[in-house]
Design a protein around this ligand. Structure first.
Ligand code: GLN
Length: 257
């Protein structure tokens, strides 16, 4: 069983390479029927308005919504997180179509424009607990969105302080939908059942823990829904390679290590 990566625009190749680094096959998805052949889906980062237009042109939205509703695991990174959010603020005029399902409010360009992109070591106690490794994760925020509000079913997996530059910006003062006055931190990674969302780009770093965690989510959800025969053969379980044995795997650029 492979993991699909929505491949209209953005960092889909990098996600496929990141999956390959942990020994899992990723396949490009550009047509609704291709979703039938994958166990899970990654919606990559890129530019959400453009990606939404291309997805719409290819009639992907009904199939993507159905995939989410069926309880199949979907991970949205950056623009992909925007796709999954139930509510998005800071959209371009006219807005954009969303897949939805993730009960949260996302601000599309919360951390500023392209030149305000940054990298930061963020605390990831949840991932360190599940996947081992250091408590910090070197996160790349590229014209990144932030998660400003979450519903009661949503678990926050990582958060960051709001940078002073953002706190003092006109953009933040113009946000009316959410009261951010007393808030010092925003969420940058969340999980709700079969859905995972991250504001940053783990596919651009050599640290594979988010991909390994998503694969674990895929297998856990599949085990819950598998028939006895399927679980006896365990044919539909995705096996990630052992990280130690994968350490010598060639890392394709561009990767931040
Ligand atoms: N903020 C961007 C958007 O609106 C997403 C940026 C990214 O995916 N790196 O699409």
């Amino acid at each position: 069983m492979a993991i699909g990566v929505l491949a209209f625009q953005g960092s889909f190749n990098e996600h496929i390479a990141a999956l390959r680094r942990v020994g899992v096959k990723g396949v490009e998805i550009r047509k609704p029927e291709q979703l039938e052949n994958v166990a899970a889906l990654i919606i990559p980062g890129g530019e959400s308005t453009t990606m939404a237009k291309l997805a719409e042109l290819n009639n992907m939205f009904p199939a993507l919504r159905e995939f989410v509703k069926m309880g199949k695991p979907v991970w949205g990174t950056c623009a992909g997180l925007i796709f999954l959010a139930n509510k998005v603020i800071g959209q371009k005029t006219g807005g954009q179509e969303l897949v939805g399902g993730l009960d949260c409010t996302v601000h599309r360009n919360f951390f500023g424009s392209q030149i305000q992109s940054f990298e930061e070591e963020i605390p990831v106690p949840y991932i360190a607990d599940k996947e081992g490794g250091p408590l910090g994760f070197r996160a790349l925020f590229i014209r990144a969105p932030a998660i400003l509000e979450v519903g009661s079913e949503v678990e926050v997996l990582a958060e960051v302080p709001i940078p002073d530059k953002v706190k003092n910006s006109d953009m933040i003062k113009e946000i009316q939908e959410v009261n951010l006055e007393s808030v010092n931190k925003v969420a940058v990674a969340v999980k709700q059942g079969n859905l995972l969302g991250t504001s940053f780009h783990p596919e651009l770093t050599a640290d594979s823990r988010w991909h390994l965690y998503f694969i674990k989510m895929v297998n856990d959800l599949r085990e819950e829904t598998m028939t006895d025969t399927e679980s006896e053969t365990s044919s539909s379980i995705i096996k990630a390679g052992d990280l130690n044995s994968l350490q010598d795997t060639k890392i394709e650029l561009p990767i931040y290590s």
